[in-house]
Structures are given as C-alpha cells and as structure tokens.
Ligand binder design. Structure first.
Ligand SMILES: [Mn+2]
Length: 232
C-alpha cells in the first residue's frame, strides 16, 4: 500500500496493526450486544485465524448481551475494536447499563481511540475534515457526526466533506445501507434497530451483512442516514 502510515498526536491512543501479518482484513459495524447477530455474521464470513477483524466500536449497550460480545472479541487474538461512545459512557459512569465486570471494564479502558493498518483508519465517529490528523482530538474521533458539530443527524456530515488522503472506516452514524466512498466507509447499518450487521473486506470491498435484531426498523426515520455514496 502506498503512502505513509497515518500518525496521531500523543493524546490519542492509536493502535497500529501490520496488515502483512494477516490474510484478509474485515471491518465490522456497531454490534451493540447483539451476540447472535455477530455469530451469524461470523458464520457467513468464516474468517480464518490468520484474518484480521476490526470492530468500529459500540460493542456494548442497547442489545441483549453486551458481555457475550465483549467476551467474543476479547477471546480472539485476531479481533480488535476501537472505543465507541457507548463504551465511553460505561467507563465515565454516564450509564450503569449494562452492569459490567471488573475485567470487562479493564478491557474497555484499554480500547484504543483509533486503529490503523495500511493507509486505513478505523475510528468510531470518524475524523474532523478541517483538522490535520496529528491534531485530531480523541473525543472527536469517537463522537464526530456533523460538521460543524451540533447538528447531529441533520448533517452536513464529516464523511461528506473529508476528501482523503486516508480511508476512514467508521460506525456511530446509523445508515440505511453501508456508505462507501474512496475515503470514507460507514458500517453502522443499525443492527440493534432492525437494520443489518455489516462487514466490509478491506482491499476488494466485498460487503457481507446479516439481518439485524428486529425484522423492521424501529428507529425514527430522521435518525437513519441515507446519503448518496459511490460504490468503489
Ligand atoms: Mn452505535
């Protein structure tokens, strides 16, 4: 892969992985405690132990079994996740749901803000397109949605404004379908709200998804984004 590895400032917890250590690299959207949906997706992907699985965060909350999802990811040496805003809520005491064990809390505390491999960046929210990478703020990487901030689901969205040079995989913003452009790939397809759980294979862009927790969407339509995206 051409280009230099993405670099971040010292206040950002950045985990750099070497894609050469793996065969295929899959990025997986927000799971939110939906362990059976995760198992269904993994059944479809059938990843080898030599394949890399990177989760965009929000492994926990809202769904039926957050602890099982954490255990699933923790137990696999080829699986990693960035910190999502829902993990942050658990850690900062903003919520007591789900109750988590001391060891799970310790695992959450160690989740990086950002994971990179090749020239790809994985961050839960995304990146601020107005700011150089080495000046990105950890909270922004986890929480960003609209730019300027504050408009939430009204947009305009950061991923409609960012034009590279890296490719950013993200979750956090619930999408009607995967958002795929050259420089941004959104994978939160609302598994816990009746959408789907989605994985994207880095390299060839193959999308694999399974049904979500419910048969139909149960989320307000103005909180499901359906921006246009060009499939790479
Ligand atoms: Mn989420």
């Amino acid at each position: 892969m051409q280009g230099s590895p993405p670099t971040f400032g010292s206040t950002v917890d950045h985990l750099r992985l070497d894609a050469d250590d793996y065969e295929d690299c899959y990025v997986v959207g927000d799971v939110h405690g939906c362990i059976d949906r995760l198992e269904a997706l993994i059944g479809r992907l059938d990843p080898a132990p030599t394949d890399l699985l990177v989760f965009v965060g929000d492994l926990v909350r809202k769904g039926p079994d957050s602890a099982a999802v954490l255990e699933w990811v923790r137990d696999r040496p080829n699986a990693y996740s960035v910190l999502g805003n829902n993990e942050a809520k658990v850690l900062d005491g903003a919520t007591t749901q789900p109750p988590i064990s001391a060891s799970d809390r310790s695992y959450l505390r160690d989740l990086p803000d950002v994971i990179t491999f090749d020239d790809a960046i994985v961050a839960h929210g995304g990146i601020d397109p107005r700011t150089p990478l080495d000046e990105q703020d950890a909270g922004t990487l986890t929480e960003i949605r609209s730019v300027p901030a504050g408009a939430g689901y009204d947009g305009p969205f950061w991923f409609e404004q960012y034009d590279g040079p890296h490719r950013v995989y993200f979750g956090h913003t619930v999408l009607e379908a995967p958002y795929v452009t050259e420089h941004a790939v959104g994978l939160d397809t609302g598994c816990v709200y009746g959408g789907r759980l989605t994985a994207y294979r880095h390299g060839d862009g193959e999308v694999t998804s399974v049904d979500g927790r419910f048969e139909e969407w149960n989320r307000p339509a103005d909180q499901i984004v359906s921006p246009s995206s060009e499939h790479a």
